[in-house]
Design a protein around this ligand. Structure first.
Ligand SMILES: [Zn+2]
Length: 396
């Protein structure tokens, strides 16, 4: 009798576990933002090595996590000398990973390649440039980046360009500690050259990414673009009022144009209490952070390395996965299930939610979505279907 009850209790649990894994591994999962190309340079590691404990991502763990397509972020900050060359070096490294792993990775340039990679069960490797400063005010460089496979450009990173103002810049007067240079004479939004960049991106089929962008620039983009736009790694301002997140009218405008918001997993963008906690953590370890910066590490990466070193302390301040999924629910309620996806920012952030230690934990997202009542059809859209739609619309 005891045995039988035990057996009965066990059945639903096994069934659920099989169900979520089946949905997860059958669905096409696309992540639109992963910073491993630049963080690999900082950490002197290679994506196709075993990097568990050192990074959020590596090639093996992409398969463990059921990630089918990864848009690799080509990133450098506004301080980087020769940002266009630096971007190209990062692109070279992604190409090198693909070259070394022909049976497991494939460069993807268009929807047909994309389908082929999925069919061959290879990781579809795609590129997004995070920051318009990498075109160095030269539209030809935008074309050259497209030729090399770049399929989205984040119009600005935290630094403004000469032709578009960032969120950090536009809000600097409200909160100078959040970065950006405050120049009272600088007009917010896109310049004429900036408008030309958006038009050229539309012509090329390079997706316009509004993550990091200032609100005035955002509305200028919405006015100009003829293709659906994306936020490759942002969350909901109403749930966590951070300048990197989107207000309701912005979310509605993205959805109205057929675009998608890909959720960032960063604790500071999902949990409004996190910023204070991480600030005091950084203060505690300031001398070690300073030493890393002195050695030549980019400032953000120095913070990340220290967070990795003090994992147990970090566990006390990271929010749970459910906090992230509240952002997803919010967007779905506001504009529907067709306009949300995954843009983790893995390897560009020091703290994802507690349950998500790296790309290998992605199946837990599907599990949680199922527990929240999302249907298989909806989960397939969220994990990758919405991306495929917006990618195809841009490449048309
Ligand atoms: Zn970013």
């Amino acid at each position: 009798m005891i045995k039988r009850i035990f057996f009965l209790l066990l059945i639903p649990a096994i069934t659920f576990s099989q169900k979520y894994k089946k949905i997860h591994f059958n669905a096409v999962l696309v992540d639109t933002h992963n910073d491993i190309p630049s963080s690999a340079i900082e950490k002197k590691v290679s994506f196709d090595d075993i990097l568990k404990g050192k990074t959020h991502s590596d090639l093996n763990r992409m398969f463990e996590g059921g990630v089918d397509a990864q848009m690799f972020s080509i990133f450098c900050d506004g301080e980087q000398k020769d940002p266009y060359n630096y971007a190209n070096q990062e692109i070279d490294s992604v190409y090198e990973w693909v070259r070394r792993n022909p049976s497991r990775m494939m460069m993807v340039y268009n929807p047909a390649n994309f389908k082929q990679a999925i069919k061959e069960k290879k990781l579809a490797a795609m590129l997004g440039v995070e920051g318009g400063h990498m075109i160095e005010n030269d539209i030809n460089k935008l074309d050259l980046l497209f030729k090399r496979g770049v399929r989205y450009m984040t119009i600005t990173w935290n630094n403004s360009t000469d032709w578009a103002t960032s969120a950090a810049f536009e809000t600097a007067s409200l909160n100078p500690s959040q970065g950006g240079t405050l120049d009272p004479n600088r007009k917010k939004g896109l310049t004429e050259f900036g408008v030309g960049v958006i038009k050229r991106m539309n012509e090329l089929g390079m997706m316009v990414d509004v993550s990091h962008l200032g609100e005035q620039s955002f509305w200028d983009v919405v006015k100009v673009t003829t293709k659906p736009i994306i936020a490759s790694h942002s969350c909901v301002w109403n749930l966590c009022p951070h300048r990197r997140n989107l207000k309701d009218d912005q979310i509605k405008a993205i959805a109205k144009g057929g675009g998608v918001i890909f959720l960032n997993f960063y604790s500071g963008f999902i949990d409004s209490t996190y910023e204070k906690k991480i600030a005091s953590f950084h203060k505690q370890h300031q001398s070690e952070i300073d030493a890393l910066i002195e050695k030549g590490n980019q400032k953000d990466y120095a913070g990340m390395m220290i967070a990795e070193k003090y994992k147990e302390e970090m566990k006390l301040i990271r929010p749970s996965l459910s906090v992230l999924l509240d952002h997803l629910d919010y967007i779905v309620k506001l504009v529907g299930v067709d306009h949300v996806g995954m843009g983790s920012d893995f390897d560009g952030i020091e703290a994802p939610p507690l349950e998500l230690n790296g790309v290998e934990d992605y199946p837990l997202v599907t599990k949680a979505l199922l527990e929240r009542g999302y249907s298989k059809k909806e989960i397939v859209k969220i994990l990758g279907g919405n991306f495929i739609r917006v990618f195809e619309a841009n490449m048309k």
